[in-house]
Design a protein around this ligand. Structure first.
Ligand SMILES: CC(C)(COP(=O)(O)OP(=O)(O)OC[C@H]1O[C@@H](n2cnc3c(N)ncnc32)[C@H](O)[C@@H]1OP(=O)(O)O)[C@@H](O)C(=O)NCCC(=O)NCCS
Length: 216
């Protein structure tokens, strides 16, 4: 079995396959372990499902056909997920996803204070995803791999898998929002042909986009 070049961990040769409902817990785990600007967010949030309920669960629930996992033969060690139509997704998020998790993560009463309230506030405002400058990039995505599986080409393979599926679903272009401080991810997206899209008041985020064509 190959060893990870940096960590020395034993890494089985994983495969990319479509998401199955039995993968949900593993996907949430990968989400949490990569949610601190690419690093492990375990312990940052009082509720360990808060990040998953914000950034993984709604896609798995609403658009499972656009979710793909990296399976090492025993568990999911990475994923890509998203939507082909961000505006429709935001509507479905409010109508069909938020009611499932709203009681567990109530909207903060006033100005959000602390990491849990800040994330809960995002959860309760799915319309934040609709940004006029991103209108020509209707799909969006999230991609995360556990550290032992990074820098081995799986991110590229997962991303290209998603682009193909989003294109077949009708999206000609895709965008993503990423924490600007996550310079490793930015290097990855630059290598994968994304360009920056200027958006007013982006806060801590950078928005990137590209065509869903494989060589786009
Ligand atoms: C970012 C991430 C998805 C990239 O996936 P990956 O499997 O590590 O990347 P790949 O091995 O497929 O790399 C593809 C290309 O990007 C480059 N690249 C990837 N990560 C890089 C990094 N941290 N720094 C510099 N270049 C990087 C690779 O060198 C490769 O370049 P090449 O075209 O010369 O071969 C993955 O590292 C990850 O999940 N990181 C933690 C979570 C995260 O930050 N997710 C993104 C949130 S916005």
């Amino acid at each position: 079995m190959p060893l990870h070049p940096r960590t020395g961990a034993i890494r089985r040769s994983p495969i990319i396959r479509g998401y199955l409902p039995t993968d949900r817990r593993d996907v949430y785990e990968v989400c949490l372990r990569t949610a601190a600007a690419g690093g492990d967010a375990t312990g940052i949030y009082r509720d360990p499902d808060l990040m998953g309920d914000n950034f993984a669960g709604p896609y798995l629930h609403l658009e499972p056909e656009l979710a793909f996992v990296l399976d090492d033969g025993g568990r999911v060690v990475g994923y890509v997920l998203g939507t082909s139509d961000t505006a429709a997704f935001a509507v479905a998020f409010r109508r069909a996803w938020l009611p499932r998790v709203a009681d567990r993560h109530p909207a903060p009463a006033g100005t959000p204070s602390g990491p849990d309230e800040e994330m809960a506030a995002l959860l309760h405002r799915p319309e934040r995803m609709i940004v006029p400058e991103l209108r020509d990039y209707p799909a969006h995505l999230h991609i995360d791999l556990l550290p032992d599986y990074q820098r081995a080409g799986y991110g590229r393979a997962l991303l290209l898998t998603f682009l193909g599926a989003a294109r077949r679903a009708g999206a000609e272009r895709v965008h993503l929002g990423m924490l600007t401080e996550n310079t490793g991810a930015r290097a990855f997206y630059d290598r994968l042909g994304f360009h920056q899209i200027d958006v007013p008041d982006p806060g801590p985020l950078s928005y990137l986009g590209r065509s869903t064509e494989a060589d786009g």
